[in-house]
Design a protein around this ligand. Structure first.
Ligand code: SF4
Length: 754
């Protein structure tokens, strides 16, 4: 029997509402939900392939447990017995930090990934936490932490109202947006142009987004912070600073001006390959626009000065009066945010509260760099214990972290490893236990993280579109049972995890003077919660305590889960609104324009004025039909332009003797890979580009389509030593590489060809 069901798409950050067609319990089609309050019918090729993603025959259906060296199908009870037996002895013998946790990107795309990992981390008490953030956006968290006192207070560009948008290192026509949740990002950019607005794109590649722009500047990779600093310099130099109504919320303006005084357009132009006059024009246009927003993304984060570049993005918005005003960059207010506390000084943001054991990298936001995971496992030191057991949740760091070969070996040396993963992939093949979550259609969905980054305040929730298949376990229950097994409570009722979180949260809320439930009885509040299960009760609690919530009766018109369920296409909560100074949690209670760690890093930026690699440098590339490595196992999402090829400019191809389509060797500090050359002037001379998430050629995996066309692992070109020191983020762009035709004569060296 055919029917339809609504489901928020989990395949990228845009969070589009989908209408799924379901035949005999199977998703056979997906189209945009025209009534969705946020996405209004938009769907991209990934979302349209939801059914193929959901029914991939390589998805694991039962847990796997290693017996006599081989992974074999097992019952859930056997699997959790093995988890408890594997992790607890490590904790008891070597302490909690000997258990590492790795969280992959898909955690932010599931309810379970938002609700349970924090409980696992706190329950284990480990400081060995690694996530995809440190190969992606950690610089933005750190710059927000330093500027605003809250690492998660990230202003987003007001796409629908701005007059002038400057994008740096972002390609939303292919990524559909990141740290800026906006269904139909392409349509919103076209609407900006149609209403007479201006779009400038700064990117070493002439991306699809760049082709849409009024102006494209092909900056030299890795010099984004220099470029942005020069634009800020011009604003000061030409008296264009106008923070507007926000001036009273700022501190450090004079210090900032002094710090940027020598970073003139003329000084940075040779390093950036953007002429000084153009840099001055950028500044003047930003200042003159009625409203403007600067937005930086992965290309400006995954570079040696990623935190400085991320900081300067917000500095430009602040200096031009565009922070926290309509048409500028504003702080979203999600329905599950905590109820706003009164404005005033906060606890501030601290970096380096602890350090990694081997290279002494400072923690950032409680995390250590993913680049350091291998050495934290394979390198003994006099102090502290190496990681001996690992919990990986939706993570494939053998492909997503630098130097996968080293990590591959390190994972093989662990005493114990458990992966929560739907696939037997390059990482989970090392696990002693694999716990497969159900396909997305069988899971509920709410975007806890992405609603805090959305260009419009709204809230949506979809229950599972199809029931759990027999033998499947909900991902929420898998993670709850994992928490119990890892923390010495193996066998307890998994509902106890949700009950504990609810008790703790409500007990805290009733003690907070600004809370709508101040002074009430937590047990009475818990009894009021609705929902079919623990995760829904937690969602209900967060909604009711949140900024739009009913406050457990304090505001009868406020939001509850029941109300949300009555609106299956979501509830629109209005455009982004100015919120300062409420979001600020700095010790001063103000936006701290020149925080000490930033000031201390500026000499390193000045030193970069003289750095200019003589040879080729590598940048990444995003495909519209890809996001995570596992998407390469879905035939509907591979082929066409989604291929692992090395883009290089015709001038470089000619100099190196490389012909279009022929295989080339690419060599970096971490190793060498081979990929077909794609000669194109879409990439600037001196720069080559390889997409990420490929390299599906290791034995012992079960991703048959991906293995048939494995591609090359771009991260194998990195040795893990290049990091942005403030955030621990891996440097993935602007990395020196050498390229040579595979057919080059045996004695011919890379050096001679580069
Ligand atoms: S843009 Fe993202 S959220 Fe929307 S349909 Fe495509 S993959 Fe899904």
């Amino acid at each position: 029997m055919s029917r339809t069901a609504l489901r928020i798409c989990p395949l990228c950050e845009a969070t589009c509402g989908l209408t799924l067609t379901i035949d005999d319990g199977r998703v056979t089609g997906a189209r945009g939900d025209r009534d969705d309050v946020f996405s209004k019918g938009f769907v991209c090729p990934k979302g349209a392939a939801f059914g193929a993603v959901d029914s991939d025959p390589d998805r694991l259906r039962t847990p796997l447990v290693r017996v006599d060296g081989e992974l074999r199908e097992a019952t859930w009870a056997e699997a959790f017995d093995a988890v408890a037996a594997g992790i607890r002895p490590v904790v008891e013998r070597h302490g909690p930090h000997a258990v590492g946790i790795v969280l992959g990107n898909p955690n932010v795309h599931t309810m379970a990934g938002a609700l349970y990992p924090p409980v696992l981390i706190a329950g284990l008490g480990t400081r060995s936490l690694f996530t995809a953030s440190t190969v992606d956006q950690m610089p933005k968290h750190v710059s927000s932490g330093l500027l605003f006192g809250d690492a998660n207070a990230i202003p987003v560009p007001d796409l629908d109202r701005t007059d002038h948008l400057l994008l740096i290192g972002a390609n939303p026509l292919e990524s559909n947006g990141s740290l800026c949740t906006a269904p139909d990002f392409p349509g919103r950019l076209k609407a900006l142009r149609a209403r007479g607005g201006t779009l400038t794109v700064i990117d070493p590649r002439r991306t699809r987004t760049a082709r849409l722009a009024d102006r494209h500047l092909a900056v030299r990779p890795g010099t984004d912070a220099l470029l942005l600093a020069a634009v800020a310099h011009v604003l000061f130099d030409e008296g264009l600073i106008d923070p507007g109504e926000r001036a009273s919320h700022l501190t450090g303006l004079d210090d900032l001006a002094a710090a940027l005084r020598d970073l003139t357009p003329e000084a940075v132009a040779p390093a950036c390959d953007v002429d000084a006059a153009t840099l001055r024009t950028l500044a003047r246009e930003l200042a003159a626009a009625p409203t403007a927003a600067v937005y930086g993304r992965i290309g400006s984060c995954t570079v040696p000065h990623g935190t400085l570049a991320s900081w300067l993005v917000d500095v430009l918005n602040i200096l031009t009066g565009n922070l926290d005003r309509p048409g500028g960059a504003l702080f979203p207010q999600a329905a599950t945010d905590r109820a706003p506390r009164p404005a005033g000084p906060g606890r501030g943001f601290a970096l380096g509260r602890w350090h990694s054991r081997v290279s002494r990298h400072p923690e950032a936001k409680g995390e250590l760099p993913l680049s350091a995971l291998a050495e934290e496992i394979d390198t003994p030191t006099d102090e502290g214990e190496p990681i001996r057991a690992l919990v990986a949740v939706a993570a494939n760091p053998v492909l997503s972290a630098p130097d996968g070969d080293r990590l591959d070996k390190a994972l093989g040396s662990l005493d114990f490893m458990v992966s929560v993963d739907p696939y037997l992939n390059e990482t989970s093949r090392h696990a002693d236990v694999v716990l497969p979550p159900p396909p997305p259609a069988q899971s509920p969905h709410h975007d806890f993280a992405f609603n805090t980054l959305a260009v419009r305040n709204q809230v949506r929730y979809t229950r599972p579109a199809v029931p759990l298949e027999p033998g499947r376990m909900a991902e929420t229950e898998i993670l709850a049972r994992l928490i119990l097994a890892a923390t010495g409570m193996h066998g307890a009722d998994p509902a106890a995890v949700d009950t504990m979180v609810i008790d703790q949260t409500l007990s805290k809320a009733v003690r907070e003077p600004h809370s709508p439930v101040h002074g009430r009885d937590p047990k009475e509040l818990a009894a009021l919660l609705t929902g079919a299960d623990g995760p829904e009760r937690r969602l209900d609690m967060m909604l009711r305590l949140g900024p739009y919530g009913d406050g457990f009766g304090a505001d009868p018109d406020g939001l509850t889960l029941e109300e949300l369920l009555a609106h299956p296409h979501g509830i629109d909560l209005g455009p982004l609104r100015p919120r300062l100074p409420q979001p600020l949690k700095t010790r001063s209670g103000k936006v701290e324009l020149l925080p000490e760690p930033i000031a201390a890093d500026l000499p390193r930026l000045r030193a970069a004025l003289d750095e200019r690699p003589a040879g080729l440098v590598l940048v990444g590339r995003r495909h519209l039909r890809s996001n995570n490595s596992w998407m390469h196992n879905v035939p509907a999402l591979t082929g066409g332009s989604n291929r692992c090829t090395l883009h290089l400019h015709p001038e470089d191809a000619e100099r190196l003797g490389v012909r279009d389509g022929e295989p080339v060797r690419i060599k970096g500090a971490g190793g060498e890979v081979t990929a077909p050359a794609e000669v194109t002037d879409a990439v600037r001379p001196g720069v080559v580009s390889l997409p990420h998430g490929w390299g599906h050629d290791r034995p012992g995996t079960r991703t048959r389509h991906a293995a048939a066309d494995p591609g090359a692992n771009v991260n194998q070109l990195l040795d893990g030593s290049l990091l942005d020191p403030l955030s621990g983020n891996a440097v993935l762009n602007g990395v020196p590489v050498e390229v040579a035709p595979l057919s080059a004569a045996a004695g011919e060296t890379f050096g001679a060809l580069t």
